[in-house]
Design a protein around this ligand. Structure first.
Ligand SMILES: [Zn+2]
Length: 231
């Protein structure tokens, strides 16, 4: 038996213990890997939108309305503290068919923590998400600041695919919605996972930029898909 298969089996057993998924079911789906994915599903002009640091009403609710109107599904990387504060918004995100991503409990730099501390952090965050949405599938994990440390393997063992990004739009200091929209146009490449923020401050400009850009991308033949599940 190969080492990678052994590792896979070990991960599947861990997933089975944590989420009551049988090892055979986990293996049948391949299971997550520790590879940090930054690529959208599909071929050609595909792109994935991902939003970090929420839930953060009212911006998250406005963003959900924009995505709903345009029939776009995105990934929301949720911070445990925010989930605790706004569980009803997490329920809305999941009910509208978006994909959930664990973005740690307090948005700490996980590379400074021990593996045991990272495991506890990710597990507690997922528990908070499941308290808000018991049926939620938490498909991805994204490390705050992209400071991965040992978290990709830990996330994979917990059943979550580590999710990176090709580019961000530097929306943490809002420069105006038009500037943000232009950054998306300028930086876009086929297959990109884009990092944006619906939390961590006033993100109304990000929401406006997304509303501006989606119809343009569609008109140019781009398809908005989810990120790859496996590396
Ligand atoms: Zn973040």
């Amino acid at each position: 038996m190969s080492r990678s298969l052994l590792r896979c089996l070990a991960a599947a057993v861990t997933v089975a213990g944590a989420l009551t998924v049988t090892p055979s079911a986990a293996l049948a789906h391949g299971g997550p890997t520790p590879v940090v994915v930054d690529t959208a599903r599909g071929h050609g002009n595909v792109v994935s939108f991902t939003f970090d640091d929420g839930p953060n009403p009212p911006d998250t609710l406005h963003l959900l309305a924009v995505l709903r109107k345009n029939h776009v599904k995105a990934v929301f990387c949720l911070v445990g503290d925010q989930v605790k504060a706004h569980p009803e918004v997490v329920r809305r995100i999941a009910a509208e068919g978006h994909t959930l991503c664990n973005h740690s409990l307090h948005h700490d730099n996980l590379s400074l923590l021990t593996p045991e501390q990272v495991t506890a952090d990710l597990t507690e965050t997922s528990t908070l998400i499941h308290q808000a949405v018991p049926w939620a599938n938490i498909a991805y994990f994204r490390a705050p600041y992209g400071s991965w440390g040992q978290s990709p393997q830990i996330a994979a063992d917990l059943g979550m695919q580590p999710l990176g990004w090709r580019f961000d739009i530097e929306d943490w200091v809002p420069p105006g919605a038009d500037v943000l929209a232009q950054r998306i146009r300028d930086r876009l490449t086929p297959g990109a996972v884009i990092l944006m923020h619906d939390g961590g401050g006033d993100r109304s400009q990000t929401v406006d930029a997304v509303a501006q850009v989606i119809p343009e991308l569609r008109a140019q033949g781009w398809r908005l898909t989810l990120p790859l599940r496996r590396g």
